[in-house]
Ligand binder design. Structure first.
Ligand SMILES: [Zn+2]
Length: 421
């Protein structure tokens, strides 16, 4: 049995203050500050020698309850460690949360996140499943479970799809770079997902929509011991490829990191872009020459590894097959990427419960409707990884056909819904 935590009553205001400051820093993605504050709050705690007794009921409504306070600080610090990719520390805090407050769903959720970070996916799944039993209606736990199941299935086929989010996996701020921090804040607001498609056997990888923090992406891939062999672009908008942002976003007077920087750093790779979107990319990244682009076609294929493409897998490894699906509407050259016929990187064509904006001068509602119908013909089990985190990490074609933008309706109904744009 764990012993009861306690702190000198006079420390309560200081602990609450640290928690508040930690939460504020956390919400602004200032994770090292958050870590310091949570640790400061936790430093006031001592473990009492009094064993818990039935009279020591946890009063979850009382913010000053030592168990509630201790476990919320630990849970928040665990989440912070996860953001900082210090998963062993994250797991240790999560274990303490579960030990001190086994009825609380959060501890199991944090354990799941830490184990996921440690790539102990089967154990992570177990923890998320316990969390879901405790909170059966939680959508966020359901998504975590679906994501882990997809990861495990992909792993059996030698594939990893890394999903990176500014503020979570990229764009960590430094006190020494105020302008960069401004861009990173902006990135966090935009909630773009950047993907890395890894072929496990060859350790070759393709980056999808490299943007906002190219150094961070390169560092991530180096950590994973991956060789980037190509850049895939879902569409030309600056939040996916970088460059000069359009008004009113040009107020920062800085360029957003992206494809141009990636291609400059990796001079052997090409960018796979639908030809209709290439001129716009060059317009906002004039240093890019046309020779760096590999124009894609609807239903065109690409496979990993590049090093022996066409000859099947090397060392018994599995080939990763990619198919481009031209999905105009949001932009003329928007494209989705279907991986192994089972995972769809949908860019800004399909989001969870919605589709990309159609109020740009070159967007086209009629073509978007046709593109969505085309995606609706994919298998229901296809997992969809969208280009932005608008309410979650992933969805499926089936879910979107049931409740989202892929639900059956006439073109007229679809157009009527977007008539306000
Ligand atoms: Zn867009």
């Amino acid at each position: 049995m764990p012993h009861l935590p306690e702190f000198p009553p006079s420390s309560l205001p200081a602990i609450l203050k640290s928690k508040e400051k930690g939460n504020e820093a956390y919400s602004k993605a200032q994770f090292s500050t958050a870590l310091t504050e949570y640790s400061r709050g936790l430093s006031h705690f001592k473990t009492s020698s009094t064993p818990p007794s039935p009279t020591n009921v946890i009063d979850s409504k009382n913010a000053g309850d030592p168990v509630v306070l201790l476990t919320s600080l630990l849970s928040n610090r665990s989440a912070t460690y996860t953001h900082l990719r210090k998963y062993t520390e994250a797991l240790k805090d999560a274990d303490e949360v579960v030990g001190a407050r086994p009825t609380w769903v959060k501890g199991f959720f944090r354990r799941g996140e830490a184990l996921q970070g440690l790539r102990r996916h089967t154990e992570a799944l177990e923890q998320y499943e316990i969390a879901l039993q405790k909170d059966p209606k939680s959508g966020s736990i359901g998504v975590k479970i679906a994501r882990i199941k997809a990861i495990l299935e992909d792993a059996s086929k030698g594939l990893v799809i890394h999903q990176l989010l500014p503020g979570r996996d990229l764009c960590s701020k430094s006190l020494l770079a105020p302008i960069q921090n401004l861009i990173f804040d902006y990135a966090i607001q935009m909630r773009n997902f950047i993907y890395v498609i890894e072929n496990v056997a060859s350790r070759e990888a393709l980056v999808v929509d490299a943007c906002w923090d190219v150094d961070g992406i390169l560092k991530y891939c180096a950590n994973e011991k991956l060789t980037i062999v190509g850049a895939l672009v879902t569409h030309y908008h600056f939040d996916h490829v970088g460059g000069i942002p359009p008004p009113p976003f040009d107020q920062y007077r800085v360029r957003v990191d992206g494809l141009a920087k990636l291609l400059k750093k990796l001079h052997n790779i090409k960018a796979y872009v639908n030809p209709l979107d290439i001129p716009e990319i060059i317009k906002s990244n004039p240093e890019l020459s046309e020779s760096r682009f590999a124009p894609t076609e609807d239903n065109g294929h690409l496979s990993l590894p590049f090093s022996n493409s066409g000859e099947g897998a090397r060392d018994g490894g599995t080939t990763t097959l990619l198919e481009f699906i031209h999905s105009p509407g949001h932009t003329p050259g928007s494209q989705c990427v279907l991986v192994n016929g089972e995972r769809l990187l949908s860019g800004d064509t399909l989001f969870i419960g919605s589709c990309g904006r159609l109020d740009f001068p070159d967007s086209d509602k009629v073509r978007m409707f046709a593109s969505l119908m085309k995606l609706g013909r994919l298998k229901g089990e296809v997992v969809v990884y969208p280009g932005h985190d608008y309410g979650g990490e992933m969805t499926t074609i089936e879910t979107e056909k049931r409740t989202g933008t892929l639900r059956p309706r006439s073109e007229a109904d679809f157009l009527a819904e977007f008539s306000h744009d």
